[in-house]
Write a protein that binds this ligand. Structure first.
Ligand SMILES: Nc1ncnc2c1ncn2[C@@H]1O[C@H](COP(=O)(O)OP(=O)(O)OP(=O)(O)O)[C@@H](O)[C@H]1O
Ligand SMILES: [Mg+2]
Length: 243
């Protein structure tokens, strides 16, 4: 498998904190790659840089063979790189269906055009069925449970036909049934060709689903390998135990 995403010596400093410190890593096309590490190790900051929400102080990001360093989130999204957020971001005052339609890649104006494209509408309907959100399609997103909002955010990301999806803690604060649902959707979308990079603290979820597992500590990669190798790696144990 070749690298779909490349992070090369990326650095981000906040005041005196080197949140990301010369970090390099690769995500192979077709993989479900995990990005784990202790709290504050730079995972979300790195996601923000990869997806264009934050400028880096140094280094390079490549996607599908192109240098995309500093490219804005909207453009990356249209180019097939999309993400979810650690705190699910949906439009609370739009319905579930409307959230999907605006995610089709055209933004707000899409809602007010005389014809929401039939293709977008069909795609939204398919996703509503697939994610079992059809019964709540007309509810405001604000009325959903936290787990349902995370599911909706994931479904919305799929409206853009992404090649690479970054998920920031997809299972955090979500009940066990919803975690299984999330896992099922990741597997089926991966089988359909989508590559995933997943930040996740739930190690049993990571071990079941992800290969390879990349471990960050203090803003840089300290390990990358198979899930069964990660658990006994001394560097990883040190990082987690504060050694
Ligand atoms: N906007 C910011 N301003 C100042 N410091 C920040 C900012 N964002 C992150 N940091 C700091 O950068 C470091 C990395 O934070 P980051 O949120 O990337 O970690 P994380 O690995 O996602 O942690 P968690 O597992 O808790 O979500 C932390 O020390 C954090 O306090
Ligand atoms: Mg984080």
């Amino acid at each position: 498998m070749s690298a779909l995403l490349g992070v090369d010596a990326v650095t981000k400093v906040f005041g005196g904190v080197r949140a990301v410190d010369g970090c390099s890593l690769e995500v192979a096309e077709g993989s479900v790659t995990a990005l784990v590490g202790p709290n504050g190790s730079g995972k979300t900051t790195l996601f923000n840089i990869i997806t264009g929400y934050l400028g880096a102080d140094g280094g390079r990001v490549t996607f599908a063979g192109r240098d995309v360093t500093g490219r804005d989130p909207g453009r990356l999204y249209r180019d097939g790189l999309s993400r979810t957020f650690q705190q699910a971001r949906v439009f609370p005052q739009l319905s579930v269906l409307e959230n999907l339609v605006v995610a089709a890649g055209y933004g707000w104006t899409r809602l007010f055009t005389p014809r929401v494209g039939r293709a977008d509408r069909e795609r939204a309907d398919e996703l509503l069925d697939e994610f079992r959100l059809a019964p709540v399609a007309d509810l405001l997103a604000a009325e959903l449970s936290y787990g349902q909002r995370k599911l909706l955010e994931f479904a919305a990301v799929l409206m853009s036909s992404p090649r690479l999806v970054l998920l920031d803690e997809p299972t955090a604060g979500v009940n066990p049934v919803m975690i299984e649902t999330m896992e099922r959707h990741i597997r089926s979308r991966n089988a359909a060709g989508i590559t995933f990079l997943i930040v996740e603290h739930d190690m049993t979820f990571v071990m079941r689903l992800c290969d390879p597992v990349i471990v960050l500590d203090a803003g840089r990669q300290i390990f990358s390998g198979r899930p069964d190798e990660v658990q006994n790696n001394p560097l990883v144990l040190d990082a987690y135990l504060g050694g």
